[in-house]
Design a protein around this ligand. Sequence first.
Ligand code: AMP
Length: 471
Amino acid sequence: MSFQSLGLDPHILQAIKEAGYTEPTPIQSAAIPVVIAGGDVIGIAQTGTGKTAAFTLPILTRLTAHPVPQGQRRRTRVLVLAPTRELVAQIEENVLAYARHLPLKIAKVYGGVGEKPQKDALRAGSDIVVACPGRLLDLMGQGCADFSQLEYLVLDEADRMLDMGFLPDIRRILQQLPKKRQTLMFSATLSKEIESLTHEFQRAPKIVQIGKRANPAETVTQLVYEVHKHLKMPLLSHLLEDDKLQMVLVFSRTKHGADKIAKKLEQTGVKCATLHANRSQNQRLRALDDFKTGKVRVLVATDIAARGIDVDGISHVVNFDFPHIVEDYVHRIGRTGRAHAIGDAISFVSPDEQDDVRKLERFINRGLVRKKAEGFNYNAAPQPMSDDRPERRNQRPFQQQQRRPQGQGGQGGGRGGQGGQGGERRDSRGPAARPNDSRRPSSNPPPSKPQSVVQTQAAERGLWKRLTGRA
Ligand code: AMP
């Protein structure tokens, strides 16, 4: 299928050509005709599948086909809601690129930066507004936005917005929008909550699901380096001696850990930046920009801050800490192997993280490849950093642990003493204004209740299947 056959406006086709796209991705082929025909859509797709263009291109085509009569005041016709500032900035960047030959004004709205320029942009009239729900609601309350003529609403990463507790804000925003509109919703998963959201906000939506491209497991080589915690930092430095690791995204479970890794890398002469919620909005945007433009080789990030970031050409993802949650693993490795690139995902796994790896392997129905780093001294004496927490559990060597029968790791396996992502800011109003992400393990987990292993495994396999399309 070609972009030409999808019925897109010629100015948009020109912009797509200039962006270097030669053919639509599966989500684009499926969603664009439905949106151009005026229908509501539920797109089940993760970032990395081309979903931004899947909703932007047909909306731009429709806006162009029905321009506002000359002389009429410019009012907002499109509202896109997204969960994080980074995602809002990224969507705006994409919309600007696709609309570069169209006379449209676009505004972005998110917390953590001054309100004035955003208020001015809204008051001056923008055809398209891309916004985080919290700040938008604040500005709507101050009478800055005019959505009386709104025609299109997009809820991007709807599942994340629900996870982050945005549902009440979304409801309040939607109460103030015209009922007669086209509503598009994108989500990585089709959960019961998402289904009830569509009943609330959409009319006879058509479900479109992504094809193969969304499955990072197929394009990403996934390796595990078994290493004791105190050797993770030296191992990272050792691997970075290889020039093949050109553009590296390192995941840390905590903000503090991310800072520590970055500091150590800088000390060894590796240029790096950090992306986490304790960084100001400007610092985060600069970090992303420096990474994209190659000013820094390594970006150290936490899960939430990195969610949805769109950086082409990431050569390697390193899980410095192995994620506790299957979904986080999928999102992390999805940062590489995007579009047409093939990427490597490397996980450092200490003895106390083995249970989490085995859990993941059970869901994907195959083992991850274990690798030894050539030329690395695995017997180096411990060099604990002053604030390293001891590995309190599972001090046995790797071989001994692996002999343990599967399934005995228990649900709490690998979670003790690590701390969580607690305090990660999700929106301008800070953690107090947002409910906690209930799926994230707390730093003080309650004693694990006996659970049906079969039931839990089945539920989590379902999650894996929904995320990747693989059984
Ligand atoms: P998204 O899923 O919207 O975050 O897009 C992921 C990446 O794919 C972005 O860098 C887009 O610029 C890129 N992209 C989107 N559509 C296409 C396409 N048809 N061909 C090649 N790259 C694309």
